[in-house]
Design a protein. Sequence first.
Length: 277
Amino acid sequence: MNFTKMQGIGNDYIYVNCFEEYVPHPEELAVRLSDRHFGIGSDGLILIRPSEQADAMMDLYNADGSRAMMCGNGIRCVGKYLYEKGIVKKDCLQIETLSGIKELHLNTANGCVKSIQVDMGKPGLDAAELPVLPPEGASAQDLPLEVDGVLYHGVCVSMGNPHTVLFVENPAAAPVERVGRAIENHPWFPQKTNVEFIRVISPDELEMRVWERGSGETMACGTGACASAVAAALTGRAQRSVLVHLLGGDLRIDWALDGTVYMEGGAEFVFDGSIII
């Protein structure tokens, strides 16, 4: 099986062109290939499949083999892959995901994709849509979550997948693994949740670390950056247009007045390879 390793600001996946390749048992393969000691090493596996509704479909599996709805960094890499490999040579692409069809606008020069803006759709704020089961008297945008005696107030936002945003003084010192794992698996989240640790630097700048459901801490999460920008604006901590600093790099997030969230950032090839499966 031929594959390509790609990364979007450090959020790395193994990509397979399923216009040409057949991949049996992708859940098991994702676990084996994602292992950073005994496999290729990645945050998961993304299959680029033909689509009857769009230019292509992004079929995403986390490092633990669970299937994911959407990945903002992953979908930018899909756009770059389709364009630069000559599969779909258009500056505007539509990509089918499990959370709907997403539109990508590619900034290109000399046959290369320099950056990609993704229409991420409108955020979901309703508890049933996330989904989250808040206790009586609590709301999805002010959810009391206690971990090891420390009370956090989560702001829950769906970007096609569930996110719980925590505002902290210093993400670098935050117990991301311990708190992230506990909240990811909290019984109030029937489909689990991603967890973001956010510091507001200024009204137009955020710092972020992320614990991703099914993968653990990663260098970046595009949908998480979008959810965090929405949460910051929703709670009056920031403006609707922000630059988000993640461990792997920066993303520009804009929450338009019509409710649509736009994410812009880069995508890079790491290497091509082949493996016997």
